[in-house]
Design a protein around this ligand. Structure first.
Ligand code: ADP
Ligand code: MG
Length: 597
């Protein structure tokens, strides 16, 4: 293969919406908040109105006491009562409006993030998915987006409603007596140190709690996918124990995080206690002395009483932000990962008649982690012929397929199809060359029809039925009450291994690609099916270049060429009889491995 210095690979498309270059907050603003700015501004305006009503409530207390209760002015009752009623109606309506809007904003961000994450994850290398198990990724896509996005209501609520509320309430308080106000908030600077410490604590513990949540999802995924293995090995107790340990870990971290978050409003309450007591002592004596009216004091006290709720919420923003940030950073981290298996900036054209194109491996080295799976493999698969790869388990046969289809990229050497290097082709063009049928024959939780067609455009039911017929599935389909609409179940669990394998073969037939890669594709079939599927595969292979990884003598014998692999190298090639006559590795394999020998 060519090193990046030689072929100019394209820079990976940034499907992370700028996550790679932008700091967290600017990325969030650009990718998710800016498109919703109209909704957000409307919500902020409604919140500001609701916040201002707090000031109005405390303000109306003064005439209520001084004019109505103390002076006994009967006319004032009506306008004071009317004003109080109006204030509460405005509050109710604006609160309804901004809550609805903010739910809309939150949900749009969550679903948008989930869509974008899946779109981005789909571009990443297969190796990424080996390092990050499904449970972890599911938790990030589902859990982290949901946890993170509670923050917008908190932050915007604080910015819109609470800041305005605080300003209005302070205005009322200061207009009554600036000194009282000063006494009331004198303790606030004491908050700074403890709040900063708590914030760091919340951030750390939330991060660990999110990691613990990912471990929970991973355990669940493994239990549910491996349920039969668990039962057959009677390891239910072990799994239950492991899950309990994981939940314990999650509980501990989550509790710590929540406690830290709850600690911040507690601090504001301490300060409130000091302030209230101070004002009561200082202001109370002024009223006794007749310097201030009861109405003024009540109005001030109402303002102070109302101040602490928004103040607590504003103080809570810091903790909530730290908690959300742990999740948001984990989300951004995913968007920052770039795929390494890429098409070149200027792709070559695929061979015009790929079925007539030889496949060639030259000194190919493939490494998973530190171990070499291919160690300088060299061979040619001639166009239009069938080449069988044989070798002990772990010899690197499947890796040959992975390198050919670029699920992994080699560290060294060249892989060519019709003389064109695979790394020089567009990925779509490259993968269109192959139909791959593997031992696992993965199915999706869709109908039989959808599983056969997958991404092939314009496939008629007649063509599907032909493919099913050729894959020896006609009887099977006839027995399905819903026929082609029968559901496969999660990962194809409604069907047997052999049935899945034949569906995968039908899929390859419909796909009709020029090169056929079969990885032990008949291993899950019983002898009778195998004979018939083999006939179908022979038809399929007829005018195609076929690479087959086989462990059955019948398959190997029919091959035009056999490539013998060991430890990531090609040891020998030739026809069955030649190789057997030469003795050595192939003769050994023949005796040990070929099950129908
Ligand atoms: P074969 O198909 O001949 O049985 P493979 O090509 O699957 O062998 O594997 C070759 C070697 O690479 C083995 O030693 C295997 O353990 C290792 N290997 C295969 N896939 C991976 C992977 N995804 N991560 C790490 N090692 C792998
Ligand atoms: Mg294999």
């Amino acid at each position: 293969m060519t090193t990046p210095g030689e072929t100019e690979t394209s820079t990976p498309p940034d499907t992370g919406l700028g996550a790679r270059d932008l700091p967290l907050v600017r990325w969030l603003w650009r990718a998710y908040l800016r498109p919703l700015r109209l909704m957000i501004i409307c919500a902020l305006v409604l919140m500001a109105i609701e916040g201002a009503m707090l000031g109005a409530i405390s303000y109306i207390v003064q005439p209520m006491f001084d004019q109505v209760f103390i002076a006994g002015d009967r006319d004032a009752v009506y306008w004071v009562a009317g004003a109080v009623g109006l204030i509460f109606v405005i509050r109710a309506v604006t609160a309804f409006g901004h809550r609805t809007l903010m739910h809309g904003v939150g949900l749009r961000i969550i679903t948008g993030m989930q869509r974008d994450m899946v779109a981005h994850l789909l571009t990443l290398d297969s190796a990424y998915f080996q390092r990050n198990p499904p449970g972890t990724l599911i938790e990030r896509v589902r859990g982290d987006t949901t946890v993170a996005n509670t923050i917008w209501a908190v932050v915007l609520g604080a910015a819109g409603r609470d800041i305005v509320g605080l300003i209005a309430l302070f205005a009322v308080a200061i207009s009554i007596d600036p000194v009282w106000t000063l006494v009331a908030v004198a303790g606030a600077p004491l908050l700074l140190g403890p709040v900063l410490i708590l914030q760091r604590y919340v951030r750390r513990t939330t991060f660990r709690a999110r990691e613990a949540a990912a471990r929970l999802s991973t355990r669940l995924d493994e239990i549910f996918h491996g349920i039969n293995t668990v039962k057959l090995n009677t390891s239910e107790t072990r799994e239950r124990g492991r899950f309990a340990t994981t939940t314990d870990g999650f509980l501990r971290q989550e509790m710590k995080a929540r406690m830290g978050q709850a600690g911040i409003p507690m601090m504001t309450d301490f300060v409130a206690a000091i302030g209230f007591a101070g004002v009561l002592v200082y202001g109370g004596s002024q009223i006794i002395d007749g310097q201030k009216t009861v109405g003024e004091f009540m109005s001030f006290f109402t303002a102070m009483g109302l101040i602490f709720e928004p103040l607590r919420r504003v103080a809570n923003v810091a903790g909530a932000w730290q908690a959300a940030r742990a999740s948001l950073e984990r989300i951004q981290e995913i968007f920052k990962v770039a795929p390494t298996i890429l098409a070149p900036a200027k792709p070559s054209v695929a061979p015009e008649a790929p079925a007539a194109a030889d496949i060639r491996f030259e000194d190919v080295v493939v490494t998973y982690g530190t171990e070499n799976a291919l160690n300088g493999a060299t061979f040619t698969a001639t166009a239009g012929e069938t080449t069988a790869l044989v070798g002990a388990s772990g010899a690197g046969k499947s890796t040959v397929f992975n390198a050919l289809t670029r699920l992994v990229d080699p560290e060294g050497g060249r892989v060519t199809v019709g003389g064109v290097e695979t790394v020089a082709l567009d990925l779509t063009d490259l993968r269109a060359l192959f139909s791959v049928v593997t031992q696992e024959a993965p199915m999706f939780d869709e109908s039989l029809r959808d599983n056969v067609v997958l991404n092939t455009p314009d496939v008629s039911d007649a063509r599907i039925r032909d493919a099913l017929e050729a894959a020896n599935l006609t009887d099977f389909v006839a027995r399905l009450p819903q026929g082609l609409d029968a559901e496969a179940g999660p990962r194809g669990s409604n069907w047997s291994g052999g049935q899945r394998q034949r569906v995968a073969i039908a899929r390859a037939l419909v796909r009709n690609a020029p090169i056929l890669l079969l990885d032990e594709a008949t291993s899950a079939l019983d002898a009778e099916s195998e004979v018939r599927v083999q006939a179908a595969l022979d038809n399929l292979a007829a005018d195609r270049t076929t690479l087959v990884i086989a462990h059955r003598l019948s398959t190997v014998r029919r091959a035009d060429k056999i490539v013998v692999m060991q430890d990531g190298r090609v040891l020998d090639e030739g026809k069955h009889d030649e190789l057997l006559a030469r003795g050595g590795v192939y003769a050994n394999l023949y005796q040990l491995q070929f099950s129908d020998a």
